[in-house]
Design a protein. Sequence first.
Length: 278
Amino acid sequence: MKKVMFAVVALIMSVSVAFAAEGDFLPQPVGTNGPAITAFRLSRLETELPNVEVPVRDQQKALAAVTSGEETEESEEDSEATENVESTFEIKKATTSVAEAYSSHDVGRLQIPSVGVDIAIRYSLEQADVDAVGMGASYDISVLPGDPTGSAVFGDHNFQTGKLFASLNPGDEVIVDAHYGQFKYIMESARVAHFEDSATFYAKKSFTSRRESGRIRSTTPGLGHDAVFDDGSHFYKNIATDGKGDLYLVTCWPLDALVTNEILVTRCIPVEGTQFVD
């Protein structure tokens, strides 16, 4: 009897893991419509993906600050390391247009010198794009960096580059070197949001029309949920039309979670960059 029960449990676990691996890029609320997502099958984590080391800028202190809202003291070594990071930012293109910006799914590169991030970014929500090692997604339900009609959202798995987002400190430089221009941001704050299955997000027609005028259509017209902060504000519903031009870096939370209904949202505010002329 024990052998039979063990076999049944093993079968259920194997089916659950395989099913979760087929989930969407964004985590879905546990116990609601749709599968709860896992970051990926543990076997793939162990055998196929390189080990991404978190910088020794004391990740645990950074995570404590995110969840408690308290400021953390930075060691002298951390401070010196931050000060010694040289900016690689340079505006190579003064102006751009909607048509040029949205002419390709291949956005360019995300670079964060203080934590060693340098990955390709693709304007997409396709699972294969974000699963690819060395690549993150610019959510095609939001604007591209620099587009003044909203804010951009970049995401990656918490077992890939996404884990490094939690190591950012306020003031850290974040650079987007896009095919249509260059954009510099500084990290402003970070907090955790929870998913709500009932708050379906669809981008406004004014935004989708603008995006599609550049010949790109969204691969994901809507999400089955929105992310909600403790103060009741909605993340995805706000970023597409807020007009602030911010950049949000998101990843699953906690960083060691394979199944979750939370995301870490890191807000970066614009400093300078290529100007949209239309």
